[in-house]
Design a protein around this ligand. Structure first.
Ligand code: EPU
Length: 420
C-alpha cells in the first residue's frame, strides 16, 4: 500500500496562497537552538517531514520540544545529553549534518552517522570537516560514523573552496563558543544563512557579515534562549509562482520576500509572464504565449538550483528552445526522465538540459525521485491532459507543507489516494 498524489490536469488556479517558513532555514535553526542554555521559541515552522525527523533527533538528545501551535515550537536544551546520533532519523535528511556543528560547538564532541537526504549526485561534506579541523577539531570516520572532537575549539581563518551553504552554517555554529575570532572567507550568501546568524545573535552570539562573503564570529562563553520568526520559504514561493505562471487565472502568492526571488522573477518576466510584485506578495495573471529562456543555476543571488526542476516543467510550455545549465549539481536532472514520460521534448547531457517547446504534457504514472523533482511533477500534473499519479511522495512531504491542501484551495484537482 502506498499513498500517492493524483492530479487531474487542466484546472486553472485562482485565489491566494500563503507561503510557509523556509525549510532550509528551519532545518538549521532547529539544531542551532541546542547551542542556547535556555528555551528557544521558533515561529513560522513549516509542517514538513524534515522537521519531524529533527524533532526525533532532539528527543534522542533529551532536548524538550513543545509544539505550542502548528507552526510554533519551543526547544529547551536545558537537560540535554550528548548521545551518539545513529538512528534512522539521521539518515532521512541531509540537514542532520547541522548537529555536527551544533554539538561540536557546544560540547567539543559529536559522534554521528553519515547524513542522508536527496540524491542529487555526489554531495561531499569535506568543506564542513575542513572547517571543523581548522578550528582545532580531530575528525575520525569509521564504519559510516563520524567522531569529531576537540579539547577547546580555537577561532581561525577559513577559506571555503566552494561557497557551500551547509559548510558556512556548520562552521558558524561550531565557532560561537570557540576561543577568539573565526573568519569564514568565500562564505555562502543565501538568505537562510542570515536567518541562522540572526538566531545566533539573538542568543547572544557575535556573528557579523552574514549575507556577504566574509563572516566573522567572535566566540562567547554563554548563549541564552530567545524568540525567532523564520523567513518565508523562497523555494516554496518560487514553486507556487511557477505553478501560477503555468496555470493561473489570477493567483496571489503571499508572505514572500520578493528580493529573495529576483533571479526567478526576472526570468519569468523574460518569458512573458504577467505579474505585479508588491512588498510581500506577487500576483500572477493568466499568461499565454510564453517564450523560451536560458537558465544557469548559481549560488545566491543567482538562479537557485532548487527551482531548476519546477522551472524546467514550465519551459515545456514555452515557444522555442530553452537551455538549462546546472552548475551546482550537474547530475540534478532525474525529473527530466519523468517529464519525458509525460511527453516533454527534453534532451539531457553534460550538466545541461535542452527543452523544445511548446509541447503538450499527458498524465502518466511518475515517481518523485527527490524533493524538487517531486515539485516539478506537481507542476507537470497541473499542466497535463488527463490524470497524473505521483509516487514516492515522501520526498515532497520533506519540503512542501500541505502542498495538496494549498493547491486544492486554489482550485486544482489534486488528492491523496492510497494504491496497492
Ligand atoms: N560541496 C562540496 N563539499 C562540501 C560541501 C559542498 O564539494 O563540503 C559542493 C556540493 O557538492 C555542491 C556545492 O558544493 O556542488 C554546493 O553545495 P552546498 O553545500 O551549498 O549545498 P548544501 O548545503 O548541501 C543546501 C540546500 C540544498 C540546495 C543547496 C544549494 C539545505 C538543507 N540544503 O544544500 O537544498 O540545493 O544548498 O543551494 O539547506 C533542497 O532544498 O531541495 C536542497 C537540496
Amino acid at each position: 500500500m502506498e499513498e500517492i498524489l493524483r492530479i487531474e490536469g487542466g484546472h486553472y488556479l485562482d485565489g491566494e496562497v500563503k507561503i510557509s517558513g523556509a525549510k532550509n532555514a528551519t532545518v538549521a535553526l532547529i539544531p542551532a537552538a541546542i547551542l542556547a542554555n535556555g528555551p528557544v521559541a521558533i515561529v513560522g515552522v513549516p509542517q514538513i517531514a524534515d522537521v519531524d525527523n529533527l524533532a526525533a533527533i532532539l528527543n534522542e538528545l533529551n532536548v524538550m520540544v513543545t509544539k505550542v501551535a502548528d507552526d510554533h515550537l519551543i526547544i529547551d536544551p536545558t537537560n540535554m545529553v550528548n548521545r551518539t546520533l545513529d538512528s534512522a532519523a539521521v539518515t532521512k535528511l541531509r540537514a542532520s549534518y547541522y548537529f555536527m556543528g551544533a554539538l561540536l560547538g557546544k560540547y567539543g564532541y559529536v559522534k554521528m552517522k553519515m547524513p542522508g537526504g536527496c540524491y542529487l549526485g555526489p554531495r561531499p561534506i569535506d568543506l564542513h570537516l575542513k572547517g571543523f579541523e581548522a578550528l582545532g577539531a580531530k575528525v575520525v570516520y569509521d564504519k559510516g560514523c563520524y567522531t569529531i572532537s576537540a579539547e577547546k575549539l580555537k577561532g581561525n581563518k577559513i577559506f571555503l573552496d566552494i561557497a557551500s551553504v551547509g559548510a558556512t552554517i556548520n562552521i558558524m555554529m561550531a565557532a560561537v563558543y570557540a576561543d577568539g575570532r573565526t573568519i569564514i572567507e568565500n562564505a555562502a550568501k543565501e538568505p537562510e544563512i542570515i536567518d541562522v546568524a540572526t538566531l545566533l545573535n539573538k542568543m547572544g552570539a557575535s556573528v557579523k557579515g552574514a549575507g556577504t562573503n566574509v563572516i566573522t564570529i567572535d566566540g562567547r562563553d554563554h548563549l541564552m534562549g530567545c524568540f525567532h520568526e523564520i523567513i518565508p520559504d523562497r523555494i516554496e514561493a518560487g514553486t507556487f509562482i511557477i505553478m501560477a505562471a503555468a496555470m493561473a487565472k489570477k493567483v496571489v502568492v503571499k508572505n514572500i520576500i520578493p528580493a529573495h526571488l529576483e533571479a526567478l522573477l526576472s526570468k519569468l518576466e523574460e518569458m512573458g509572464v504577467k505579474m505585479d510584485v508588491d512588498v510581500d506578495s506577487v500576483t500572477i495573471y493568466q499568461s499565454d504565449d510564453l517564450k523560451a529562456v536560458d537558465i544557469k543555476t548559481l549560488p545566491y543571488p543567482g538562479f537557485a538550483t532548487d527551482l531548476q526542476a519546477p522551472l524546467t516543467t514550465l519551459l515545456t510550455k514555452c515557444q522555442g528552445e530553452s537551455e538549462v545549465r546546472e552548475t551546482i549539481y550537474p547530475e540534478r536532472f532525474k525529473h527530466c526522465l519523468e517529464l519525458q514520460r509525460m511527453g516533454a521534448n527534453i534532451e539531457v547531457g553534460n550538466g545541461e538540459a535542452t527543452i523544445k517547446g511548446p509541447c503538450k504534457l499527458y498524465g502518466d504514472s511518475v515517481s518523485a525521485t527527490d524533493l524538487r523533482c517531486g515539485a516539478s511533477l506537481v507542476v507537470a500534473g497541473l499542466m497535463a491532459d488527463g490524470t497524473t499519479d505521483i509516487h514516492d511522495i515522501y520526498h515532497i512531504e520533506r519540503g512542501y507543507a500541505g502542498i495538496d491542501v494549498k493547491l486544492s484551495a486554489l482550485g486544482a484537482n489534486i488528492k491523496r489516494v492510497v494504491v496497492e
